[in-house]
Write a protein that binds this ligand. Structure first.
Ligand SMILES: [Zn+2]
Length: 333
């Protein structure tokens, strides 16, 4: 069983351009025997195009709740052109980047109708979402304890994969309802006994960072308190130009205070400045433990500190939190 979620630019210096990756994946998928199954995201044209004419069984999943479409095309769409004839896709609905309902006006290639469809997605703030999933033999109603459109799509993919394996829908629903995120992926930690709550959400590429910003700004109308930590070590990608491809613009006018840290703190502060975040709300502190203390001291009672670290900054932060006894080391969680 192979599950294909989406294909976006991510750490180009390490992984290469997405056309290269798509070509590698296509060759790998063609070697799969007819006894295997490929579960794929019908809303991503780059992914859907990989699943045509395969010996393996293919099962598409997709978002049918078009209330979550965005008004305008985003500038970080990576796969905008038809794989058959090269014309630009027409999108009836875009959810983010190049994910949506697409048709080629020239040759008619279009989004395949998904067998597993997310027919209703009701956000419930930071507590998660209510999902209604239609599958070939019925409906599934799930409370997913993770916020954000992309987490709903991940849960949809997991549901499709589990159904393909013959797992009972009730078992799938129960598993997703009690799901806990891997460390640093929308993880909630309290800063000590009776301390304020923190929400840690890893960011590492343009689409992921943009959707995390969208999740934070969509789940509350209150001013945000942020700690953003950007490193440029090997595991983060040494090229931080991705910060300029990510949409931090929705933060303009929404931030009470943002503490910026990490080896590329100054780059991030400059990015926030160009995004329109009030300069008086931005504090740059290179040292991460000091930045964490500063952000927590400034946090008003009743508010949550949203922490957005890159991968190695998240490991550093996790180590610091474990040292303080606020959480177990990540390898014990
Ligand atoms: Zn075409």
């Amino acid at each position: 069983l192979v599950v294909l979620l989406n294909l976006f630019r991510d750490q180009l210096d390490r992984y290469g351009e997405i056309d290269t990756i798509a070509g590698n994946w296509r060759r790998a998928l063609q070697t799969l025997p007819a006894t295997s199954t490929v579960v794929f995201n019908a809303d991503d044209p780059a992914i859907a195009g990989l699943t045509e004419h395969l010996p393996a069984r293919v099962i598409g999943f997709g978002l049918n709740d078009t209330r979550h479409a965005v008004a305008a095309a985003t500038h970080i769409a990576d796969s905008q052109f038809c794989q058959t004839c090269g014309h630009r896709y027409h999108y009836r609905h875009i959810f983010y980047a190049h994910i949506g309902h697409y048709t080629c006006p020239h040759c008619g290639r279009h989004r395949p109708d998904p067998q597993i469809a997310l027919t209703a997605l009701e956000p419930r703030g930071l507590d998660g979402s209510e999902l209604q999933i239609r599958h070939p033999v019925g409906q599934l109603q799930i409370h997913l304890p993770l916020p954000g459109l992309y987490n709903a799509q991940n849960a949809l993919a997991a549901t499709a994969a589990a159904l393909a394996l013959g797992i009972a829908p009730t078992t799938i629903g129960a598993a997703l309802t009690t799901f806990q995120a891997a460390f640093g992926r929308i993880e909630r930690i309290t800063a000590g006994p009776n301390g304020p709550p923190m929400l840690i959400a890893l960011i590492k590429n343009p689409v992921g960072a943009s959707e995390t910003v969208r999740m934070l700004t969509a789940t509350t109308t209150r001013p945000l308190h942020l700690l953003i930590a950007i490193n440029d070590r090997f595991a983060d990608g040494t090229d931080v130009s991705w910060l300029w491809d990510a949409d931090f613009e929705p933060l303009a006018g929404r931030v009470a205070r943002v503490t910026v840290s990490g080896t590329r703190a100054a780059d991030m502060a400059l990015r926030l400045d160009y995004a329109g975040v009030d300069g008086a709300a931005i504090t740059v502190i290179d040292d991460l433990p000091t930045a964490l203390d500063t952000a927590l001291v400034a946090l008003p009672v009743g508010e949550t500190l949203a922490v957005l670290p890159t991968y190695t900054a998240m490991l550093d932060l996790r180590a610091e939190i474990a040292r303080r006894g606020w959480a177990k080391p990540f390898w014990e969680t």
